[in-house]
Design a protein around this ligand. Structure first.
Ligand SMILES: Nc1ncnc2c1ncn2[C@@H]1O[C@H](COP(=O)(O)OP(=O)(O)O)[C@@H](O)[C@H]1O
Ligand SMILES: [Mg+2]
Length: 273
């Protein structure tokens, strides 16, 4: 008769211990989620500030020119030629701003966030066909060196693919001025250590001066005539929202290597939570 309540007490202690462990694991998962969410919010608000700044310039110019046109038309007699020139400037500024918005729309991530376990090699294999035509057109060789059996990461597959795509497009841009037999882009994956998987995009291009290695991630930083300069900043904000890091390395005489390190998904935490 005495064994039953004792067994029950032992069972209840075991359950309490398990509950405590589960709570700790759950808290860990929630903390990680909050952190990722905060990262994403702060990276995005930085980008939003830059976008606002970028659009403010044409808006200010449009206002100045509109006011000038009004003044010129109020002259007696009205200065039609100058007013026309001001209106033409307004049209040009508006077109420029419209183009920025249009290209931003294409570059920014869209759709609901969809988080799942991801195989980095599969992500790379999904993106490569998207640029293989561009690579052929540029006369560039695109090589994949993917380490098999990598642990998975956790995140939104489409967003991660988008980040990789921006890196590949930049690499192809970078090698296009090289002689035809020296246009090489390599996508590599490897287990950086037990906690991180790394995906690199290396190119044989001209490289980036050391003082620009961080600036290239600033929104709207571009050295291209037709560039918008948001690809790398968007890629970095996507990677950081996944708890990872994206940076550029460049050694003299070699091209640029963009390194993206993503935390391995701790499946143990998932089971406990
Ligand atoms: N692989 C690369 N090699 C050399 N320069 C690069 C490379 N990737 C990015 N850059 C530099 O970083 C700038 C910003 O890149 P990005 O944000 O993608 O904008 P965009 O491609 O529109 O210029 C580029 O204009 C270029 O100067
Ligand atoms: Mg780019």
């Amino acid at each position: 008769m005495r064994r039953r309540p004792e067994a029950l007490r032992a069972e209840s202690r075991r359950l309490a211990r398990r509950l405590k462990r589960n709570r700790a694991a759950q808290r860990k998962v929630l903390d990680a989620f909050d952190l990722a969410h905060l990262n994403q919010v702060s990276a995005m608000s930085e980008l939003a500030t830059s976008i606002a700044h970028e659009l403010n310039q044409p808006l200010a110019a449009i206002l100045t020119n509109a006011q000038a046109a009004l003044r010129l038309l109020a002259h007696i007699p009205p200065d039609i030629a100058e007013a026309r020139a001001a209106l033409e400037d307004i049209v040009a500024d508006d077109r420029r701003a419209g183009k920025v918005i249009q290209r931003l729309r294409a570059a920014l991530p869209r759709g609901a966030v969809n988080v799942a376990a991801q195989d980095v090699n599969e992500l790379a294999r999904a993106v490569i066909p998207l640029v293989s035509d561009a690579a052929r057109l540029a006369g560039a060789t695109l090589r994949a060196e993917l380490e098999p059996g990598l642990p998975r990461v956790r995140g939104d597959g489409l967003r991660l693919q988008q980040a990789i795509l921006h890196l590949l497009v930049n690499a192809l841009d970078a090698v296009s001025p090289c002689p035809p037999d020296a246009r090489l882009v390599v996508v590599r994956t490897r287990a950086a250590d037990r906690a991180r998987v790394e995906l690199c995009v290396a190119d044989s291009g001209e490289g980036v001066p050391p003082e620009d290695l961080e600036r290239i991630f600033e929104p709207f930083f571009t050295t291209k005539a037709q560039g918008l300069g948001v690809g790398l900043s968007i890629s970095r904000s996507i990677v950081e929202a996944h708890g990872g890091r994206l940076w550029a390395e460049c050694s003299p005489g070699a091209g640029v290597t963009l390194r993206c390190a993503l935390p391995v998904w701790d499946e143990g935490a998932r089971r406990a939570g």
